[in-house]
Ligand binder design. Structure first.
Ligand SMILES: Nc1nc2c(ncn2[C@@H]2O[C@H](COP(=O)(O)OP(=O)(O)O)[C@@H](O)[C@H]2O)c(=O)[nH]1
Ligand SMILES: [Mg+2]
Length: 200
């Protein structure tokens, strides 16, 4: 069993040359700022505040590597879609995101992307750009339908159904309803990570 108490923030990388090269599988979290990435890290690891949950969206422009029990890294990518960034912040975002997804010489370590999408909102234009990239990359991904506690049961069913048939979401991509506040979907996400990375 993975010991999720044995977790450290290995590095909060502000530059691509700080990215981790150690040969452990990586599972990356992608999504717009405020979609719930940091909350998902905390929920998966059973912590309240290992990852900083932000009231001011878009302020953290780093790639955060959490080393989990010496077996894998959870990689929290900087959020996109935050309009109020300065030009300098935007340039840093591009350098980091491009550095990780496009120019990363160790991209083979990336085994799975958890693509977070707010289940009440569905894919935004930026989410669709990211989904297009994922579809072209061949990297396995799953859609994590976040904040599902904010939906009624019928709304959740219909919104998850819309994700399942969405033209930009691969038919074989798992869709996992998730709530950090109600602890929904945690077991399903870990089971997917274990299946794909072999870390369990
Ligand atoms: N109701 C609800 N709120 C959430 C959930 N996950 C995150 N939030 C809230 O959404 C905001 C952004 O969360 P955060 O994890 O910082 O998003 P990030 O920018 O993607 O890392 C915070 O106010 C969180 O408390 C969830 O599952 N349910
Ligand atoms: Mg965050």
């Amino acid at each position: 069993m993975l010991n999720t108490n044995n977790v450290t923030l290995a590095i909060s990388a502000g530059r691509p040359d700080q990215f981790i090269k150690e040969p452990l599988p990586q599972v990356a979290l992608s999504g717009r700022s405020n979609v719930g990435k940091s909350s998902l890290v905390n929920a998966l690891l059973g912590r309240k505040s290992l990852a900083r949950v932000s009231g001011t969206p878009g302020k953290t422009i780093t790639v955060n590597y959490y080393r989990v029990d010496g077996k894998l890294f959870l990689v929290d990518l900087p959020g996109y879609g935050y309009a109020k960034r300065t030009r300098e912040e935007q340039a840093r975002w591009s350098a980091l995101t491009d550095g990780y997804l496009v120019r990363n010489p160790n991209i083979d370590l990336l085994r799975l992307v958890l693509q977070l999408i707010d289940v009440r909102v569905g894919p935004t234009a930026d989410d669709n750009t990211m989904l297009g990239w994922l579809n072209d990359s061949g990297i396995p991904y799953a859609v994590i339908a976040t904040k599902c506690d904010k939906c009624s049961k019928s709304e959740l069913e219909s919104n998850v159904g819309a994700l399942q048939t969405h033209p930009n979401i691969a038919a074989d991509a798992p869709i996992i309803p998730f709530s950090s506040t109600k602890n929904i979907g945690i077991r399903e996400v870990w089971s997917l990570i274990a299946d794909i990375t072999g870390a369990r």
